[in-house]
Design a protein around this ligand. Structure first.
Ligand code: ADP
Length: 627
């Protein structure tokens, strides 16, 4: 006989589909929430950025700045070109590697100043000038031709402030107007500093002077800028010389030797382009410092690469799966400890990956881990609590039944005891002795039956009982049961009728089947008032035999019908009737019928009687037609 519980989910465990639903829902919710990008991702990125700065190294670039002092000394922005020309003449004398000018020189200025600036530009072999997208990004605005001619390259000066908080974390290395594509000022400066060779492109990266830069074409060749950690004073630690310092101390020009120079405005009052950075805490960084930072990012080479969408999905899925698995496969402290590990992993993984140059969003994986662990944990909690309640109720019923059974056993035991005492103490007539011996015999048989019933319950539910496979006529079983139950029925003047509309053969364990039918029959008699009728009927329904036991007894409430097949359950009416019972019989009947591949149907109404119908696969012998 197969184990009744084998293959079925254990009752204290939530079903597999429950955990799968939790997994799916957590994963989808986390992915949707994380998809749009959230401020949390940005906070986390900036935090990691500040806690894991790029290793310090000597700067390759130097700033030539127009600060407030210089602005004042030159007499305002009107004289910028002249001042720039003067400064560049000094810088050029020190042979810098590259000079990049972060100023828009698209208009004619004072002709004298322009001529001076042009001649200063011409002294610089590797000069990068700035260009800018105008007219809503539809065309480029370049420096006027006299400057343009002196430049080795033009580079765009656009930033990419984050859409949520305006912090500039990415540098778009490429910008396009129509078919006219321009590289970033810093990238052009870098290219020239590495020999001025071509930029080789592939969909995923670009290659300049032997360096592969991870910048996808689909993302405007965006590169994560690794800003240099600011000093404690908040100042940006790139070397710098202002126009004024250079004018006052021309010897400072030596500092530009062999360097990549970024020239631009840092004076707050005159700055056109400035942006927030992960370090800036609300203060703006001048564009020139951002360009220098992009250049240093390229020069340093240790890039931060955004994880692909697929790997983000896989990480979230892995964490959600681990979170659910913790509760699907473990319980109690172990499950909570595992869930704790999953959550810790979810929080630490982005940082760990960041330290290895891989940028994952923070929200989606963390949310996947939290949603999955919390909901799988709740699912487990609810299931375990329900199982606990059920087992508490069962224990209570079991205790009640034990109480009842021990009480029941006392009656035959007392009879046996008393009778045996009578026999040993007194000399009795042969007749009397025989009578007492018969009583002892029948009472001990009753005891044995009670014990047998109990053992059967245990064996059947433990799956230890062997189901025989024999073919036998239903008729024989029913007739035997009627004979056995007749004395019981007669005591209550209950008539037993057998309405055999069909004769059929059953296959299985005849003994167990007899036990089942006998149980239904004795129940019908037990729970019926005196002088009523109990009818057993057989009817064929296709390949099935319908064997029903109908009484005119106390009946049951609709809601009780669901419980009568549970062990130790008794209806109030049955208890009130004073009939002895354990509430076990029907649970065994149910198991026997189920093991024979059949089912039981019950119809009943209080005070009107009940009808138990066993439906079993059968082979017809002879049918008198269905009734
Ligand atoms: P018991 O030993 O109490 O008869 P069973 O498992 O055979 O145990 O039956 C469970 C309960 O189902 C009974 O206690 C009774 O409340 C109810 N029951 C069973 N058969 C009938 C019936 N024919 N009429 C009314 N109630 C019944």
């Amino acid at each position: 006989m197969k184990q009744p519980e084998k293959g079925k989910p254990q009752k204290h465990k939530a079903p597999v589909w429950g955990y799968l639903a939790v997994l799916g829902a957590s994963f989808v919710a986390a992915t949707i929430a994380g998809w749009a990008g959230s401020p949390i991702d940005n906070y986390a990125y900036d935090w990691m950025f500040r806690h894991h700065p790029a290793a310090a190294r000597p700067a390759e670039s130097i700033l030539l700045t127009v600060d407030e002092d210089s602005l004042e000394a030159m007499g305002g922005m009107r004289h910028l070109r002249r001042a720039l020309a003067e400064a560049l003449v000094r810088v050029a004398a020190a042979s810098p590697k590259v000079v990049a000018i972060d100023l828009i020189l698209a208009d004619e200025g004072d002709s004298g100043d322009d001529a001076a600036l042009q001649s200063a530009f011409e002294k610089i072999p590797a000069l990068v000038l700035a260009c800018e997208l105008i007219d809503g990004g539809s065309r480029w605005e370049d420096p006027i031709p006299r400057f343009r001619r002196a430049a080795a390259a033009l580079g765009h000066v656009h930033g990419d402030p984050g859409p949520l908080d305006g912090v500039s974390r990415l540098a778009p290395l490429e910008k396009v107007a129509g078919h006219d594509r321009r590289w970033a000022l810093a990238l052009e400066a870098f290219r020239l500093s590495r020999g001025g060779g071509p930029i080789v492109e592939s969909p995923h990266d670009i290659e300049v002077g032997g360096l592969t830069i991870p910048a996808r074409r689909s993302e405007s060749r965006a590169l994560r800028i690794r800003y240099i950690q600011p000093l404690a004073s908040g100042e940006f630690p790139l070397p710098r010389v202002s126009f004024r310092e250079l004018r006052d101390n021309p010897g400072l020009a030596e500092r530009f030797r062999g360097k990549v120079v970024f020239a631009g405005v840092t004076a707050q009052s005159a700055m056109r382009d400035r942006m927030l950075t992960p370090y800036s805490y609300g203060t703006y960084m001048p564009g020139i410092e951002i360009h220098a930072s992009i250049f240093e990012t390229l020069a340093r080479g240790g890039f931060l690469v955004s994880a692909s969408n697929l790997s983000v999905l896989l990480l979230s899925l892995a964490l959600a799966t681990a979170g659910v698995a913790a509760f699907a496969f473990r319980t109690g402290r172990q499950a909570y400890a595992l869930a704790g590990l999953v959550l810790a992993a979810a929080h630490l993984a982005p940082y760990f990956l960041f330290t290895h140059g891989l940028v994952f969003p923070y929200l989606a994986p963390v949310l996947a881990a939290w949603l999955s662990t919390v909901s799988a944990g709740s699912l487990q909690f609810v299931t375990v609590r329900r199982a606990l309640r059920r087992s508490q109720a069962e224990t209570a019923r079991y205790q009640q039944a034990m109480h009842f059974v021990t009480h029941e056993m006392r009656t035959p035991l007392t009879a046996i005891q008393g009778s045996s005492e009578l026999m040993s103490r007194y000399s009795l007539t042969e007749d009397k002795r025989k009578q007492i011996a018969e009583l002892i015999n029948s009472e001990s048989k009753r005891l044995a039956r009670m014990i047998e019933t109990f053992l059967n319950v245990e064996r059947l539910s433990a799956g230890e009982m062997q189901l025989k496979r024999e073919v036998f006529p239903a008729h024989g079983v029913i007739a035997a049961c009627i004979e056995r139950a007749r004395p019981l029925a007669e005591r209550k003047q209950i008539g037993l009728h057998f309405d055999e509309a069909a004769e059929a053969e059953l296959e299985g364990d005849r003994e167990l089947m007899e036990y089942a039918v006998y149980n239904l029959l004795t129940n019908a008699v037990k729970y019926s008032p005196a002088a009523t009728e109990v009818t057993i009927a057989t009817r064929l329904d296709g390949a099935r035999l319908r064997l029903s036991v109908q009484d005119q007894g106390i009946g049951m409430e609709e809601h009780e019908l669901r419980n009568i097949f549970q062990k130790f359950y008794r209806t109030h009416r049955a208890v009130a009737s004073g009939e002895a019972g354990t509430g076990i019989g029907l649970s065994i009947v149910d198991q026997i019928v189920t093991h024979h591949g059949g089912r039981i149907e019950v119809t009943s109404a209080p005070g009107k009687g009940s009808c138990f119908t066993v439906v079993l696969l059968a082979r017809s012998l002879k049918s008198a037609g269905a009734k």
